[in-house]
Design a protein. Sequence first.
Length: 333
Amino acid sequence: MSPTPPVLALPATSDALNARLVDGLEAVDALLRREVDHEDPFIAGANIHLAEAGGKRFRPLLTLLASEVGSGVNDDVVAAATGVELTHLASLYHDDVMDEADVRRGAPSANAKYDNSTAILVGDLLFGTASSIIADLGPEAVKIQARTFIRLCAGQIRDTRRAPAGADAIDYYLQVLADKTGVLIATAARYGAMFSGCDAATTETLREYGERLGMAFQLADDLIDIASDPEDTGKTPGTDLREGKRTLPVLYALASTDPADARLQELLLSETQDDATVAEALALLRVHPAMERAQERTNAVAAEATAALAGLPDSEAKAALAALATSVVTRVG
């Protein structure tokens, strides 16, 4: 496996806390590597492919950081963080099939490296591995994992569909984000609190924080998909446009009544999203007020995550969680 990725920039983190988080992530990576190993070398290689491609390990980092609100990292916290990361990785294998993307994290996507059937089955295998780890943490953890998985899948299904007639498209989209991304990040924070001895009220506070944080994380990803440089992110920009997804900037642009936006709206509504169409749409979107408006909404959701922490006693962990909410909406990849 590649070296443990650096912890996201957390200005409020002391050297001591940062060292504990790095040690915790190393323990997570070690457990993940053991769990995905397989007697069949092909399966072992397919299991580890996207993990070796890198990534920020954002979800296990959050589990470890949330545990600092309680008694800190222990074996159960590490196991829970590993289960969350494996669940996330499993979803990426399925995403690669759905997105038909060629690159993930600067490496060949799962469907490009293997084939669609293998990518789907490896995703299923990793979901099973995650569930096996979580099962050792008790029935409540299993129930949370199952409900998380249900919402995650429901969110992915709804993400491929338009808002129903009469529904507010932006409200619908934000609920999709809460399900497809927010819920797993909420579970990451919830597990960190649960397995470090936090009481029910504190655990619920961190769950609520995590869901808002997850929504902000995905909203930032949507902006990055439009504005990014592939050399910075390892992703092909415009993936959402190619799939016909109406992310927040697109929804704002489509709602415009300015006649000057007619060409952009025509491109966004086109049935054919070829390279030329996507490139022109990206160029117009990048300078459109919809991007600034979407960034403001993204910042507001991150502020809601921070506000959810208000009832917690002041601590270094609380300050770091607030800093994390800022980090997820100011990153470039």
